[in-house]
Design a binder for this molecule. Structure first.
Ligand code: FAD
Length: 276
């Protein structure tokens, strides 16, 4: 039995080649015995069918699979229909998000924030779903102030969330401080760190800029210096992220949630090095 619980995040593949790659990834990660896997969702329903298909395939393969669901751009009827479909397939675990409106999509929808989605799910489906919500140790990029963001996080949990997964970070102190502050606001659910393996410099910098995660200067400079040498980037990335995870594990985190980007190699090596 693993001392801490692992979970792996995937995105719904768009091509047959992507489907095959994800199957291979799943097979490689299965021996790590994840507590659950989660599958992302495009705001406004752009990957809705893909999320459902991927979750069903993962469930049939014996994994507990949790679809992500975002409320932005959707009506209550849309959300009720999707949730009812998940329930009809026996899915009992969900990651509830606000999401981001794709550019060009006009209407915000009927629910403005993830806290409202959590309340909606509890009101309509009772305790059927185990609900995860997102947390931001370095604060959500649109938040007014860190305090306001923390209070909004606490509101989501009070609305009925069972646990939280964080945005990825490379600074463990930001996570520890966030958890301390959340506990002071009465949040008592597990807050599982989200872990991003480093495999691609420009992609990492682009993602981090968008989601407000800080890549420390020393990491960015080292990655940049490797240029197109993907093997060195991967090896350095594994060292850095294994070191981060070790600190988190030593501090007693309840689990580690890996943003796999549908690739197994780095996640697998990191978990093996940690002895998980
Ligand atoms: P919320 O918790 O609603 O917060 C959004 C912003 O609104 C924050 O700045 C918050 O402080 C503020 N806020 C909240 N409540 C109030 C209030 N009552 N009044 C004023 N301000 C308020 N995106 C996808 O599109 N698909 C995915 O599958 C996906 N999966 C994710 C998984 C994880 C673990 C994480 C961390 C993020 C994921 N995202 C995904 C990204 C997420 O959708 C974005 O970060 C989005 O901008 C915010 O979603 P949220 O659920 O955190 O929003």
């Amino acid at each position: 039995m693993n001392p801490i619980e692992l979970s792996f995040e995937f995105f719904p593949p768009k091509t047959q080649e992507g489907v095959e790659k994800l199957r291979a990834t799943r097979e490689q990660l299965l021996p790590l015995r994840p507590k659950f896997v989660s599958v992302t969702f495009g705001a406004g329903g752009s990957t809705q069918q893909g999320t459902l298909d991927t979750v069903i395939e993962m469930s049939k393969g014996g994994l507990e699979a949790a679809p992500h669901l975002s409320c932005i751009g959707s009506s209550k009827d849309d959300l009720r229909r999707i949730l009812t479909e998940y329930r009809s397939h026996g899915i009992r675990h969900i990651v509830a998000l606000r999401g981001d409106l794709p550019s060009g999509m006009g209407s915000v929808g009927e629910l403005r924030y993830a806290s409202e989605l959590v309340s909606f799910i509890r009101a309509e489906f009772g305790d059927w779903f185990h609900i995860e919500v997102a947390a931001y140790p370095e604060y959500h990029p649109q938040s007014r102030t860190p305090r306001h963001d923390l209070e909004n996080f606490a509101r989501k949990v009070k609305a009925g969330a069972d646990s939280a997964i964080t945005q990825y970070f490379f600074n463990a102190d930001a996570y520890f401080q966030f958890v301390d502050d959340a506990r002071k606001l009465g949040v008592d659910v597990p807050i599982v760190p989200g872990i991003m393996p480093i495999t691609n410099y420009s992609q990492l910098m682009r993602f981090s800029e968008m989601c407000g995660a800080e890549v420390p200067r020393w990491i960015a400079r080292r990655l940049e210096s490797f240029g197109d040498d993907r093997e060195s980037i991967r090896a350095f990335g594994i060292d850095v992220v294994t070191g981060l995870c070790q600190r988190l594990v030593d501090a007693g985190v309840p689990g580690l949630h890996f943003y796999t980007l549908n690739a197994a190699a780095s996640t697998k090596t990191i978990c093996e090095r940690l002895g998980l």
